[in-house]
Design a protein around this ligand. Structure first.
Ligand code: AMP
Length: 450
């Protein structure tokens, strides 16, 4: 099946061909004809499914006729984060090179005046985060009464970030007769309520079950001591011993932990950047670009900063912290194993709260995630540990016992690995984050047989 039967204009088809896409993805195939027929669409799809093109391509086709007036955008796309908004803008640049459309990005952290000038010129496509959009509206710099089409993207993330009241307000400010395209990866009750209130007889397009994880990704758990220095130590060993690691995103639950871990990895000589909400926009964009271009290998990120980022080829995901919300797990590991590539996602589990969070994740994804059967550096550590300590630690926790015999969820990488004994490394001092105090065996890369 090619793009030609979807009803897209010649110009858009040429742009798609120039991009190199041969066949539409399922969300594109199912959504584009309905968008072009001016129907409301409820798209249940994660990032990585091609959902951005599912709305940008028909929008470009529809915008070929008509003109924008000053301060009255014709279409509006709402995104939860600045990075996602910037990516959608890029998508318009990529597919709309021959379209001479005015596309404006209205996001926080950059100058109001420049944005105001763009709005003044007349905007065909306004891509915005909700807060900054409302700021412009309240200053009287923007009118939403000419919006013909509204896209609400990553709605469940908007919910997580507390944007739903803003979304409701914006939905009431745009004309009742506009067309609405609504994308979400999951359908919690609050999102269902919004769709019932603001979509008119929508076509529902669901491309994969909500909250399913990517089949091509090998998912594993790695047991760690509770302290952050132990987790950092384990992470370094996991990274150093990883097979085929091309690049990795390391997720933390809190912004301040992103900064701490970033500093620690830098001190240990890793090629790493950080991405969290407290960084200024230029720093965030620069970090992401460096990572995309392969100039750095590791990116330490928080969920908010990393949601939906289009980084096509990530080989490894590490959850330095098990995410508190199970949905975040699905989104995090959705960064790898994309487009038929295989990926590895390893979550560091430290203590009973993490074990509970893992149980919730397993319930959501309907799969058991096994513990790694042999930890990097384990053999050396075992020699270092006292027999009594080994016994105590290998019996540590019901969670471990329940899981021991499991195999990886997909791929047979660890087929030959042994049952985990996992004695914890016994650090000589409280902070082994400084390389000069590390035992020698932790300083050299340790290869794990997979
Ligand atoms: P998205 O879900 O919009 O974040 O898209 C995920 C990735 O798939 C992006 O890197 C797109 O460039 C790519 N993509 C989108 N549509 C297609 C297609 N029809 N064929 C191949 N790749 C695509």
């Amino acid at each position: 099946m090619s793009f030609s039967h979807l009803g897209l204009s010649e110009k858009v088809l040429a742009a798609v061909a120039a991009t190199g896409y041969k066949t539409p993805t399922p969300i594109q195939d199912q959504a584009i004809p309905h968008v072009l027929a001016r129907r409301d669409v409820l798209g249940i799809a994660q990032t990585g499914t091609g959902k951005t093109a599912a709305f940008t391509l028909p929008m470009l086709t529809m915008l070929e006729t008509g003109r924008a007036r000053a301060r009255m955008p014709r279409t509006l796309i709402l995104e939860p984060t600045r990075e996602l908004a910037a990516q959608v803008e890029e998508s318009f640049t990529r597919y709309g090179a021959n379209h001479k459309l005015n596309v404006a990005l209205i996001i926080g952290g950059v100058s109001f005046d420049d944005q105001d000038k763009k709005l003044m010129r007349g905007v065909d496509v306004l891509i915005a985060t909700p807060g900054r959009l409302l700021d412009h509206f309240e200053r009287g710099r923007l009118l939403l009464s000419s919006v013909e089409l509204l896209v609400i993207d990553e709605a469940d993330r908007m919910l997580d970030m507390g944007f739903i009241p803003d979304i409701e307000r914006i939905c009431k400010l745009v004309p009742f007769t506009r067309q609405t395209l609504f994308f979400t990866a999951t359908m919690p009750p609050e999102i269902r309520r919004i769709t019932e209130q603001f979509l008119h007889n929508p076509v529902r397009v669901e491309v994969s079950k909500p909250a399913t994880t990517v089949a091509a990704t090998t998912q594993l758990l790695a047991r760690s001591g509770r302290d952050d220095f132990e987790k950092r130590d384990l992470l370094r060993r996991l990274i150093r011993s990883a097979e085929g690691l091309k690049n990795a995103i390391i997720f933390c639950n809190r912004k301040r932990d992103v900064a701490t871990l970033h500093r620690s990895l830098l001190r240990h000589g890793f090629s790493v950047q950080a991405l969290h909400g407290d960084m200024g926009q230029p720093a965030r964009t620069a970090a992401l670009e460096q990572f995309r271009r392969g100039e750095i290998t590791l990116l330490v990120a928080s969920d908010v900063a990393a949601r939906g980022l289009d980084i096509p080829d990530v080989s490894h995901i590490y959850n330095f912290d098990v995410p508190i919300h199970p949905d975040d797990y699905v989104h995090r590991i959705g960064r790898t194993g994309r487009a038929g590539r295989s990926g590895v996602a390893i979550s560091i589990v430290a203590g009973s709260n993490d074990a509970k969070a893992v149980a919730a994740i397993e319930k959501l994804i309907g799969q058991t995630i096994p513990f790694m059967e042999q930890m990097p550096g384990e053999r050396e550590t075992r020699y270092a540990a006292q027999p009594e300590q080994q016994k105590r630690e290998s019996n540590h926790g019901r969670h471990e016992q329940r899981r021991r015999p499991q195999r990886p969820v997909s791929a047979a990488r660890n087929e030959n690995a042994r049952t985990p004994r996992a004695p914890k490394p016994a650090p000589a001092r409280n902070d082994i984050d400084n390389a000069s105090h590390l035992p020698a065996f932790l300083l050299r890369p340790v290869t794990v047989k997979a």
